[in-house]
Design a protein around this ligand. Structure first.
Ligand SMILES: NC(=O)c1ccc[n+]([C@@H]2O[C@H](COP(=O)([O-])OP(=O)(O)OC[C@H]3O[C@@H](n4cnc5c(N)ncnc54)[C@H](OP(=O)(O)O)[C@@H]3O)[C@@H](O)[C@H]2O)c1
Length: 376
């Protein structure tokens, strides 16, 4: 199911705290960074905070710049992003500024929380999601029912921790403030638990007055049949690699990336790379990895087109090469059409051998783009 692009945004102290334990909200960044945040807010469909943040800070979460609001309206968007909060208990103050400023509001809650919130007279659309709140279901609701394509999450730590741990965060925007809190009772940005084991990808650092903005993308493939935000990033990269293929009237242009379970890129490839007129993308990528590499068993192959099941140009099709490499997870954007091979079913061949194959149709148009001339 398609989900919104989820951007986690927070400011933290040097020792990883979001706030102190004093009655006033701790100001971690300054005017120039607030201006940046205003710009980011103006570019999203919705802003979400946890109920704990409403209780502690009661943020208004507005786009303050009149020009930015006017630009939203000119684009046909709502003047303000939708404001969303999440509460299991529904125990919220109906007088909080959160409900009485900006545009539309949504409370995502449990069945019991919905009853409590309605009894309290909370001024928002109250959405009951069952006995407990599953983040994937909550995000699907925002995507499907409210048209949210880009979601900014502004805390607090409980919400950030869950979204990152569950592989649902597409991007982290962290502002590091030059101060120390040193109070173990204060809220931390990320709590303990099972995060991805490897490194996130640093994509930007920017000095803003005396704070530093850092932007990271998670890299770990999904597990347990789930698609992670990183899966989408890697598949997008495979689609970009397909654009690098030397053109051909007799073969598809495909990109592929092989990624270890901890998010380390093991290899990448594309069709006809390196002057080899018949090499396929998955074949090119796998050939760059030592077959004895123990990371292959838990790796994922991302391929813009499903791996081939039959081919005339080489003895083994890519589905077989993937199985022989010991890879048991494949993510692809597009099932092979009958253009060159009738009823090619690389996904079926892989699945029959116990490999998980996930097809993400949201990337099909990008995978097809360099193959337009072959598709009629
Ligand atoms: N520096 C920054 O950038 C920044 C940004 C935001 C917040 N903060 C700080 O962060 C602190 C608040 O963080 P926090 O971790 O205490 O709270 P939080 O993450 O804002 O909200 C936690 C609450 O959200 C609800 N919730 C979250 N996940 C849920 C789930 N899966 N199912 C059901 N309910 C769920 C629960 O509400 P119920 O209890 O109602 O069930 C939970 O108590 C404040 O001190 C605030 O100042 C700092």
């Amino acid at each position: 199911m398609p989900l919104p692009y989820v951007l986690l945004s927070a400011a933290v102290s040097l020792d990883g705290y979001l706030d102190d334990t004093g009655p006033e909200r701790l100001l971690l960044s300054g005017p120039a960074d607030f201006e940046r945040v205003d710009e980011v807010r103006a570019g999203v469909d919705a802003i979400l905070v946890g109920a704990g943040t409403i209780r502690a800070d009661d943020p208004r979460l507005l786009v303050r710049s009149a020009e930015r609001r006017a630009a939203r309206v000119a684009r046909g968007w709502a003047e303000y992003p939708l404001k969303v909060t999440v509460s299991g208990s529904g125990e919220l103050d109906p007088g909080a500024a959160f409900w009485h400023t900006g545009g539309e509001k949504v409370l995502l809650t449990t069945d019991a929380g919905a009853a409590r919130a309605r009894a309290l007279g909370i001024g928002a659309e109250v959405v009951a999601l069952g006995d407990a709140i599953e983040w994937r279901a909550a995000l699907e609701h925002l995507h499907d029912r409210r048209g949210v394509r880009r979601l900014m999450v502004e805390g607090g730590g409980t919400v950030h921790t869950q979204l990152l741990r569950q592989g649902l965060a597409d991007e982290l925007q962290l502002v590091l403030a030059p101060l120390l809190v040193g109070d173990p009772g204060a809220p931390r940005l990320f709590g303990p638990g099972g995060y991805q084991r490897g490194r996130l990808r640093l994509v930007e650092t920017r000095r803003i007055e005396d704070v530093v903005l850092t932007r990271y993308l998670p890299t770990a493939p999904g597990t347990d049949g789930e698609v992670s935000a990183a899966d989408r990033h890697w598949l997008a990269l495979a689609c970009e690699l397909a654009e690098l293929c030397p053109p051909s009237g007799t073969a598809f242009s495909v990109g592929a990336v092989v990624v270890a379970a901890d998010g380390t890129e093991l290899a990448r490839g594309h069709s006809r790379e390196g002057g080899d007129a018949v090499v396929h993308a998955e074949e090119a990528a796998l050939a760059k990895i030592d077959p004895a590499d123990p990371r292959l068993a838990a790796a994922t192959v991302y391929s813009s087109l499903e791996p081939c099941a039959r081919r005339a140009s080489r003895p083994a099709p890519c589905a077989r090469l993937i199985l022989d490499a010991g890879v048991r997870r494949v993510v692809t954007a597009w099932r092979e059409p009958d253009t060159f091979v009738t009823d090619a079913d690389g996904s079926g061949l892989l699945r029959a051998a116990g490999t998980e194959v996930l097809v993400l149709p949201a990337y099909e148009a990008r995978a097809k783009a360099p193959n337009r001339h072959l598709l009629g």
